[in-house]
Design a protein around this ligand. Structure first.
Ligand code: ZN
Length: 289
């Protein structure tokens, strides 16, 4: 071996023996020093959960009390679909009562949390797949405030909403959402709000909560795929058989789940809560981190 080659080989050996393990230790230790906010996906179900004390709303209260207090919440709600992607950018988003046929007490609810125009700008800046529009007209729909009101009843955490572009497919939404995961490092709580199983057309009007085998089956299927980190199957949900097709007649209540899941680091913990179906709806929710 020539002298130069010997030196090169020795240096490479030295590098792989010492430098690489050091780099690895550094990488492994990052999560401890670089705090990431947890991420939530919440099955919101009936808007009445905003004012009714039940197992779901109580779990939301408990969650709000135990989470590190976020600087800002970004909510991706099933109830704001747009052509193109928008983020609410007003100082004071209004409470939108986007439903009918509920008691006056629900229409009386106001959730006066402030907005965060700065965070809206930041979301716009992080996004690469979409040119995000800054919205001044929306506010907070019930997918957002019914949950936030129970989690953060003082309405003292600024909150913005990100819309769902109905012209894009699930793969696009997953990849787009991932671009925003950096915001977890800045004290932002990502809150996906939908229902992974949601087919109001199949409600049994004589018994809203009547158990439906297909809904149970789809709920288990989605949970298993989430646990196995099988993101690609969840994105290609139209290939998951009959129960999944019945669970997702339209994608808007399912997609917020993919937004939250996209934020998960490979080895991060994910735990389910409110894991229950109510007729053709699953309330199953999860926390990442
Ligand atoms: Zn809904």
């Amino acid at each position: 071996m020539k002298r130069n080659e010997f030196i090169k080989t020795s240096l490479l050996g030295l590098f792989s023996m010492t430098t690489l393990p050091d780099l690895k230790r550094l990488t492994d230790s990052l999560p401890q020093t670089n705090h990431k906010m947890p991420v939530l996906f919440v099955g919101h179900g009936s808007p009445m959960n905003a004012i009714e004390d039940n197992e779901f709303s109580k779990a939301w209260e408990k969650m709000g009390a135990t989470l590190p207090k976020p600087k800002v919440i970004i909510c991706i709600s099933a109830h704001w679909e747009t052509r193109g992607t928008y983020v609410t950018a007003m100082e004071n988003p209004k409470t939108i009562h986007d439903f009918g046929g509920f008691p006056k007490a629900l229409f009386d609810v106001q959730y006066p949390a402030p907005g965060s125009p700065e965070t809206a700008e930041e979301v716009k800046g992080e996004a690469k797949k979409a040119i995000i529009g800054l919205d001044q007209a929306w506010g907070l729909d019930h997918g957002c405030w019914s949950v936030a009101k129970r989690m953060f009843p003082k309405a003292d955490v600024p909150i913005i909403q990100l819309s769902l572009d109905y012209t894009k497919d699930a793969q696009w939404h997953y990849e787009f959402a991932k671009e925003l995961s950096i915001l977890r490092n800045k004290g932002v709580l990502i809150l996906g709000s939908g229902n992974m199983v949601h087919n109001l057309g199949l409600i049994n009007w004589n018994d809203f909560n009547a158990k439906m085998d297909w809904a149970e089956e789809a709920n288990e299927k989605f949970k298993n795929l989430i646990t196995q980190n099988d993101v690609q199957s969840l994105i290609s949900y139209s290939k998951l058989g009959k129960s999944a097709s019945l669970a997702i007649p339209t994608p808007e209540h399912y997609l917020p789940m993919l937004y939250s899941l996209s934020m998960k680091e490979e080895k991060e913990n994910l735990s389910f809560f409110n894991d229950k179906t109510m007729g053709p709806i699953s309330m199953t929710s999860f926390q990442i981190g």
